[in-house]
Design a protein around this ligand. Structure first.
Ligand code: NAG
Ligand code: NAG
Ligand code: NAG
Ligand code: NAG
Ligand code: NAG
Length: 770
């Protein structure tokens, strides 16, 4: 993905100035030992909570963009912002398509949080309960506000304000009610949606407001503008909450939004009928179910544990609920800044990029395969548009656009047409995500319902892009751009060719898996092309030049050729891997995104250089994670780039799961190699690894590594090879893993299908076997 700042110097300079201003204005609350921040004179507010899943502070970040968000995959908002976003709701033509702003009729402020004196509110994000809390301790009362996007009533954002009179208040005082001033702050009218004036009605004795509008512009220029309906309902908000002198009361305010008017209104009415505490409990229970399915715990390093908890919270907030009052709408994918953001260029407009499949997908797949399925479903749903794009550019099969949103057409931002033209690797990245999905789920239903089709059509696209070069004897893929966007229009990008080769091989394999119900033409032909795709390699330096003609010494933007080792797991000699790592480490620009260092960390862990890995690991999150709410920025302090940067989080999480825990996914096995503790940790647990329907827990300490089996799928018998013995896994058992592995969990082969060779770069004119 590209970085807007890098392409627009003027805006970059402007933002730079704003950041400087923010630095001056910032409230300085020093945090012991945050050295990186001190170095550049920027302090953030402190997270004072000792609990790993709660982030608390007295001082909100001075820059609103580092405020946390709440969401449930259907609806989301940044706390105290004037904007609510909804899954699949965009406005603007083509590259201007961005998440459409719904005024935040859920943004209710306690006046005591708007003015400084005389109270000192505590603000907390509770990632376990999926709620943002404000607590104000006043003279005569304690006021607690809970703000959450309901996980069951998914159209609703709920505000509950409890006012509790203090009991020991001066008894001589004349009887007086407690009055708490509050304010609804939805912001200005939306520029994206024409909402007529809201209409009031009385429901069960409460005044509610409702309005239904339409988005203004369609992103698909070829079609008639297709406005999208959106309806919002909300409860009237008074100027004061009034409670008797000795009383306690909970006031519930709700906003709902949906494309369907009936649903938005019914859901509001239903939520209002619920008892306040039940309403909250129903929400918390859904979050508990999510964490019950999987979690990562890092004991001994609270900072790291908090970062990890934060990432899962933000990811899950942008993913749809599993159970909801009304059936869910189609899911339109994760985007580099999640569902709570995406209204501006800077935060990538809520579009989908390769970021989803390459950076966020793998860890989500391992713990939440159902969500991995949802992410792939977005690609299946837009595949017919990818077919049109391929046709339009003179190719075959499916060519997925670099950026897509509501319709699936190319919506790359107008600044940067090159990425749309050249970064074709996205189709290969989607195929690679599918490979991982099939490897861990063997989901035959998925293959039947679009899976075979998408895999083979992506292969067809690459087949039409690969051209035999009779001078070299290799197939070339010309005029592309790899992840390193500083080099555009290159030939044989090594990353692109490897994902293309893997896509071709996967199609061959999947054709065999699907043969009972799907008939591709010539699967072996795909494999032949893959076998002879050019693979730039320098014998002199024993490393992979990024593309044909890459000049050594040329700086690059971000990890590119090193991605061959991981995530692609392309087989190569250790010496080559090491050279790729060391060389590109020194060639990556200073201001690149965090994922580069996540991938270098994994590389060093794989080649067994833990101290180097630990040092680089540091660079993959320090300076990117903003206190106190663990919101990520795309660029290091004091720049920022996109915020809340899910892509960087995804890279970091992979370092934890596939780096330190040493897990790797293969078509025929799940492997655990050299499991290690992350820096300063004493115990590291990944609970809820899903492999072929089994539910596994990996526990790592300095003294031992254990694999426990919670449950197994009857369809797949699992065997663990611990390097010496084969152990048949059974529910309830725990196996100690001796040494550093590799430990392999495997089952019988999936059908009678030969695994792909997954080797490329073999000369077509001079087959090595003859
Ligand atoms: C509460 O704050 C709002 C916005 O600042 C203000 O308009 C209103 O007058 C305040 N109410 C009270 C009682 O102070
Ligand atoms: C809106 O939802 C209601 C209730 O589920 C349903 O009966 C109706 O068909 C929906 N309307 C549209 C336009 O989808
Ligand atoms: C890339 O390939 C194209 C098409 O084969 C060719 O015209 C062009 O000269 C090549 N560019 C480089 C730098 O080799
Ligand atoms: C990998 O190492 C082996 C043994 O040293 C060598 O024969 C082979 O050529 C190497 N492969 C590459 C791609 O350098
Ligand atoms: C990151 O590295 C720096 C310098 O090596 C070190 O001072 C700092 O403590 C490290 N941070 C963490 C969280 O390990």
């Amino acid at each position: 993905m590209w970085n807007f700042l890098a392409h627009n110097k003027q805006v970059a300079a402007m933002l730079g100035l704003m950041v400087v201003a923010a630095v001056v204005a910032i409230v300085l609350t020093t945090k012991g030992g945050s050295s990186a921040a001190e170095n550049i004179g920027l302090e953030e507010t402190e997270d004072i909570s000792p609990a790993s899943h709660v982030f608390s502070t007295h001082n909100l970040p001075s820059n609103d963009k580092f405020m946390p968000s709440i969401g449930n995959g259907h609806i989301a908002t940044n706390i105290f912002s004037d904007t609510v976003y909804m899954n699949g709701l965009y406005n603007g033509q083509a590259g201007y398509s961005h998440r459409a702003r719904i005024p935040a009729w859920a943004n209710i402020r306690l006046n005591s949080t708007l003015t400084h004196a005389p109270y000192s509110p505590i603000y907390s994000l509770d990632t376990k309960e999926g709620v943002f809390k404000v607590r104000v301790d006043r003279e005569r009362s304690v006021v607690t506000q809970r703000i959450y996007a309901h996980r069951f009533y998914t159209r609703a954002i709920v505000n509950q304000i409890q006012v509790e009179a203090k009991t020991h208040y001066d008894p001589n005082f004349v009887y007086q009610e407690i009055w708490i001033p509050i304010k609804l702050m939805p912001g200005e009218a939306s520029k994206d949606i024409t909402f007529p004036d809201p209409v009031p009605e009385i429901v069960d004795g409460r005044t509610i407001w409702g309005t239904c509008g339409q988005t203004k512009e369609s992103e698909d220029l070829e079609q008639q503008p297709l406005p999208v309906d959106v309806c919002a309902y909300w409860t009237s908000v008074p100027d004061y909450l009034v409670v008797p002198q000795h009383g306690s009361r909970v006031f519930t305010f709700v906003m709902t939004a949906d494309k369907n008017k009936t649903i938005a209104r019914q859901e509001l009415v239903k939520v209002l009928q619920e008892d306040g505490e039940n309403l909250y409990q129903k929400h918390v229970e859904e979050w508990q179910k999510l964490y019950h399915q999987g979690s990562i715990d890092i004991e001994g390093n609270l900072e790291l544990d908090k970062v990890v908890k934060g990432i899962w919270y933000y990811f899950l907030s942008s993913l749809p609920s599993e159970k909801s009052f009304h059936p869910l709408d189609r899911f339109y994918g994760l985007s580099p800044t999640g569902l709570a953001r995406g209204g501006t260029f800077e935060d990538y407009e809520g579009h989908n990029f390769w970021d989803t499949e390459t950076w966020m997908f793998p860890s989500i797949l391992l713990l939440y395969p159902k969500y991995a399925n949802k992410l792939l479903q977005y690609r299946l749903d837009t595949a017919h548009v990818a077919a049109k794009l391929a046709k339009y550019t003179g190719n075959k099969g499916y060519r997925f656009p670099w950026e897509s949103a509501y319709t699936g057409v190319e919506v790359t931002q107008p600044c940067c047409p090159d990425v749309a033209i050249f970064e074709q690797h996205i189709s290969g990245c989607i195929s690679f995500a599918i490979r991982q999905y099939l490897a861990t789920t063997r989901d035959e239903e998925w293959l039947k319902h679009g899976g075979c089709d998408i895999v083979t059509n992506i292969a067809d696209f690459w087949e039409s892009r690969a051209v035999i070069n009779y001078n070299t004897g290799y197939y070339d893929i010309s005029n592309v751009m790899g992840p390193d966007e500083d080099h555009r229009n290159v030939n044989n990008s090594v990353f692109t060719n490897v994902v293309a080769g893997f896509s071709l091989y996967l199609a061959q394999y999947v054709s065999c898996l699907c043969k009972a119900y799907y008939m591709p033409k010539d699967p072996d032909h795909w494999a032949d092309i893959a076998w002879s795709l050019a693979l730039p390699y320098s014998e002199e330096f024993d490393y992979h030049p990024q593309f044909s003609g890459y000049e050594r010494g040329d700086k690059i933007k971000q990890a590119d050729a090193v991605l061959l080792g991981f995530p692609l797991q392309y087989a190569m000699n250790v010496s080559t891997r090491l050279n790729d790592l060391t060389y590109y480490e020194s060639m990556t620009r200073e201001n690149g995104p965090a994922m580069t260092w996540s991938m270098h960390t994994i590389g060093h862990l794989q080649v067994d250089d833990a101290s180097k890995a630990d040092a680089i690991f540091n660079m993959s999150y320090e300076g990117f994670v903003r206190e106190p709410f663990k919101v990520w920025s795309e660029l290091r302090r004091p720049d920022s780039g996109a915020v809340n940067f899910f892509t960087g989080m995804g890279g970091f999480l992979q370092t934890i799961v596939f780096g330190y825990a040493g897990v790797s996914i293969h078509l025929d096995k799940l492997q655990i190699n050299k499991p290690r503790l992350p820096p300063h940790a004493t115990k590291f647990t990944i609970r809820g690894i899903k492999y072929l329907g089994a539910n596994l827990t990996l526990e790592i300490t300095a003294n031992y590594t254990k694999l426990s089996v919670t449950s197994l799928d009857d369809n797949w018998r699992l065997v663990l090879n611990d390097g010496k013995y084969n152990i048949t896994l059974a529910p309830g058992i725990t196996v100690l893993l001796p040494g550093s592995g590799p430990f392999t969990v495997y089952s019988e082969p999936w059908k009678d299908c030969k695994l792909p060779a997954d080797i490329i770069g073999q000369n077509y004119l001079r087959p090595i076997n003859t």
